[in-house]
Design a protein around this ligand. Structure first.
Ligand SMILES: [Zn+2]
Length: 183
């Protein structure tokens, strides 16, 4: 009888296997691959287009070739803002309206960036300038088409649009930057 029992070890062995698999599940990686393939199939349905890097800061023309910076203006005291505050930081009024900002500004300071932020798809190093708009606010973005030795604090600059890269849906992401004024 002992010989027969030895031949039927499958019972205890199966239980042992099941126990091992149960513990193993805790260490399995999450199913992130399924999520990625689902995103890719949805992306194929839309045709690529030009999109602004931030729809709250930049409004593009229909073909995406032209654009204008957006800001907020306080209708009570006339102060301008770049972002969209809930109330005016100058007079606390909540009577704010969206306005288009100037495409011309003045370079107030700049720095050369050797370590770009995550996701940066442009040149490295690049020049990050702080440009004061005639309406008052200063905006920080890249200065292009200007060798570093030609940069001067106080120089007039014009806004230019360029495609900085593509998002996961193959849309061309348009960013605003500054170049020396044409005059
Ligand atoms: Zn105000």
């Amino acid at each position: 009888m002992k010989g027969v029992n030895n031949g039927q070890k499958t019972g205890p062995n199966l239980r042992e296997e099941a126990g091992r698999q149960g513990r193993g599940h805790d260490n399995e990686p999450s199913r992130c691959k399924e999520g990625i393939s689902r995103d890719m199939s949805e992306a194929k349905k839309k045709s690529p287009q030009r999109i602004p890097v931030s729809s709250k800061k930049l409004r593009l023309s229909g073909d995406g070739l032209d654009g204008v910076l957006l800001g907020m203006k306080c209708n009570n005291c006339g102060e301008y803002f770049l972002s969209a505050p809930n109330f005016c930081a100058n007079c606390t009024s909540d009577d704010l309206e969206e306005v288009e900002l100037s495409k011309h500004g003045t370079l107030r300071s700049y720095t050369v960036v050797h370590t770009p932020p995550p996701g940066w798809q442009g040149n490295v190093p690049y020049i990050l300038g702080s440009v004061e708009l005639p309406e008052g606010p200063s905006i920080r973005s890249e200065v292009v088409d200007c060798p570093q030795q030609s940069l001067k604090v106080g120089m007039p600059v014009d806004m230019v649009l360029r495609v900085a890269g593509k998002d996961k849906e193959e849309n061309e992401v348009v960013v605003y930057s500054w170049k020396p004024a044409s005059e």
